[in-house]
Design a protein around this ligand. Structure first.
Ligand code: ATP
Length: 242
């Protein structure tokens, strides 16, 4: 896996003219493992989606991401009522390679089956995703990431609402991706987990409050600043003129 760097220069991303990420600059080093943390509404999901090309920046640049990225969205943002089987859900990871309207080659189906087996869901190919537990569905989404085989992996709250065993197994997969030289960026709320498992941290409160080695970023002073900024947010604020 050739390591990929994501570099961000003066990035502002807004929703309906309200900035969710504000003048962010920095870099995710090639092969780094970074947690993105911050209060609710801090712009973490918006940043991941901007890196994935799903939100257009108002200002600034993101370099190194195009065609390199696989995104695990927040489970709560997904509609599981859609009549998809587990195999179909994993095969969605091949859209970038195959296109939306072309037949999936037999080898692709075999790879998707192997990815399901690798996350402990061998034999689940025909199960509707609507019938899965939250933990099983998260395993399906991890299988999709395996199939995408991207140099940069973006994870939005990957361990939310999972039991200890599922979290541990999926965390091991994250470390495997890191060990393979992929650049991994994960939005997380569990700061103990971040301290234990993630060497780098970006602390976001719409503005960047720290980006670097986790121990240097997650100080009491920085966390207090993040909380104060969250309390001071004006949800109705217009885009900045700077
Ligand atoms: N599609 C949208 N339309 C309008 N506003 C949005 C949209 N998505 C996010 N926002 C707003 O942008 C801000 C940042 O949201 P975002 O989801 O990026 O934060 P977050 O840090 O991921 O929050 P959480 O920890 O709660 O998941 C919030 O004020 C949110 O209400």
């Amino acid at each position: 896996m050739s390591p990929a760097e994501i570099s961000i220069a003066d990035l502002t991303v807004s929703h309906q003219r309200r900035p969710a990420v504000h003048h962010l600059s920095g870099r995710f080093a090639p092969g780094s493992l970074t947690a993105v943390v911050g209060p609710n509404g801090a712009g973490k999901t918006t940043l991941l989606r901007a890196i994935a090309g799903l939100h257009r920046p108002d200002d600034g640049r993101i370099e190194g991401a195009a065609g390199q990225v696989a995104l695990l969205p927040q489970q709560s943002s997904l509609d599981r009522g859609f009549p998809l089987t587990c195999l179909d859900a994993v095969l969605l990871g091949l859209w970038g390679e195959v296109g939306a309207f072309r037949a999936i080659p037999r080898a692709g189906r075999a790879r998707a089956g192997a990815a399901l087996a690798a996350v402990g869901l061998g034999g689940f190919e025909s199960r509707p995703v609507g019938s899965l537990s939250a933990g099983q569905f998260q395993r399906v989404l991890f299988a999709r990431l395996l199939l995408q085989d991207a140099p940069v992996i973006l994870l939005d709250e990957p361990f939310n609402a999972l039991d200890a065993r599922t979290s541990a197994e999926l965390l091991a997969m994250v470390h495997r991706w890191h060990g393979e030289g992929r650049t991994v960026i994960a939005v997380l709320h569990d700061l103990e987990l971040v301290r234990r498992e993630f060497p780098e941290t970006l602390l976001l409160a719409r503005d960047c409050l720290g980006w670097g080695p986790t121990g240097e970023v997650l100080t009491a002073a920085n966390r207090l600043r993040a909380r104060m900024m969250a309390e001071a947010w004006a949800e109705q604020a217009e885009a900045c003129a700077a």
